[in-house]
Design a binder for this molecule. Structure first.
Ligand code: NAD
Ligand code: TYD
Length: 353
């Protein structure tokens, strides 16, 4: 059995569903269900006896220790985090609490559990920490992409809190020998992404006929990866990565924000034409994000070379699948936006219990 923290969030839920479809191994999802956690994301597996859900805050060390004692996992995949840069600018406290203190509590619980294991189980145990390329800071137009040896230079409270957790993970390997693995991935997109991030936000605003906000000059560059390609990379690292190593994950898809939005508008023009005109007419430049990183780009050659991972989706195929998902799942988006996703479990099970 494995633990997945943050398994009701965007990438975590994609990972859980992807894994349950391919392996028999049970999964305990550990999630606090913040605004970004949505049990409806796991609805397709709600009757699967291999999926156990624990409504737990990773900062609660005693509760995490009890989960280790009860379920005795062979690995933990740690997604749980506060993840939105703009929220970290408005209120950094929760980012420090969950991303730094929470990761620390998880590492402590894992270390104590791991140290008591018999030799074979000790050797096989893994703590996989899911991190971001944002810890490396911002690139100029001609800089080489981030590699695993790029110096850390986080610029936002979000990336600083993730950098701190990466350092703790590294220290637990060097000091205690805990078999950790770290992945630093570029921007993800795909189903179940909370509509505060660029791609789902633009899609929803466009369908509502609202302005499409572009920060600054729209020329900031992100390196986009389809979420299931990230999940496949994590799986590869979990099963064959070398303990103590860091793997950068990215799809070599550097795209300027304005171009991402233009592509989304063009796909919508084709699939859901607007009577009032073209979707791109809604593009509106707004005040820039403070400290806005200019460019992120990942050099994935280590994970390609050592673990034989490569993305299966191009940006063209992945973004079409994503737009199709959001068009087919307006109900999911509506429930997220009106807050009723929080009552999903009550509505699902209320009358049965
Ligand atoms: P998300 O915000 O969609 O989901 C986060 C999940 O963590 C939610 O289910 C939330 O309820 C849970 N959570 C938050 N605080 C918690 C706490 N204290 N205890 C237990 N659960 C808690 O995030 P995401 O986009 O799925 O990102 C997942 C991980 O991947 C994060 O660690 C993030 O830094 C990393 N990452 C994200 C991206 C991206 O583009 N989204 C890219 C690279 C890395
Ligand atoms: P986001 O999805 O928040 O991811 P991150 O900040 O972690 O890269 O934003 C992606 C890019 O899009 C980033 O450069 C900020 C920009 N952006 C906008 O221009 N408008 C928006 O409304 C949002 C949410 C983001």
């Amino acid at each position: 059995m494995i633990f997945v923290t943050g398994g009701a969030g965007f990438i975590g839920s994609n990972f859980v569903l992807h894994r349950l479809a391919r392996f028999d191994e049970p999964i305990v999802v550990i999630d606090k269900l913040t605004y970004a956690g949505n049990r409806e994301n796991l609805a397709s597996a709600q009757h699967d006896p291999r999926l156990i859900f624990s409504h737990t805050d990773i900062c609660d060390g005693a509760a995490i220790a009890a989960l280790f004692a009860a379920h005795r996992p062979r690995a933990i995949v740690h997604f749980a985090a506060e993840s939105h840069v703009d929220r970290s600018i408005l209120g950094p406290g929760e980012f420090i609490r969950t991303n730094v203190n929470g990761s620390f509590e998880l590492l402590e619980a894992a270390r104590k559990y791991w140290q008591e294991l018999a030799a074979e189980a000790r050797a096989g145990f893994r703590f996989l920490h899911v991190s971001t390329d944002e810890v490396y800071g911002s690139l100029g137009p001609d800089d080489a992409p981030f590699s695993e040896t790029t110096a850390y230079a986080p610029n936002s409270p979000y990336s600083a809190s993730k950098a701190a957790s990466d350092h703790l993970v590294r220290a637990y390997h060097h000091t205690y020998g805990l078999p950790v693995l770290t992945t630093n991935c570029s921007n993800n997109y795909g189903p179940f992404q909370f509509p505060e991030k660029l791609i789902p936000l633009i899609l929803q605003n466009a369908l509502d006929g609202k302005p499409l906000p572009i920060y600054g000059d729209g020329l900031n560059v992100r390196d986009w990866l389809f979420v299931l390609d990230h999940c496949r990379a994590i799986e590869r690292v979990l099963e064959t990565g070398r303990p103590g190593e860091v793997y950068n994950v990215g799809g070599k898809n550097e795209i300027r924000n304005i171009d991402v939005v233009t592509v989304l508008c063009a796909i919508l023009d084709e699939l859901r034409p607007r009577a009032e005109g073209r979707y791109a007419d809604l593009i509106t430049y707004v005040k820039d994000r403070p400290g806005h990183d200019r460019r992120y780009a990942i050099d994935p050659s280590k994970i390609e070379r050592e673990l034989d991972w490569r993305p299966e989706e191009t940006f063209e195929t992945g973004i079409r699948a994503t737009v199709a998902w959001y068009l087919d799942n307006r109900g999911w988006v509506d429930r997220v936006r009106d807050g009723s996703y929080r009552d999903w479990i009550d509505r699902q099970y209320g009358e049965r219990t």
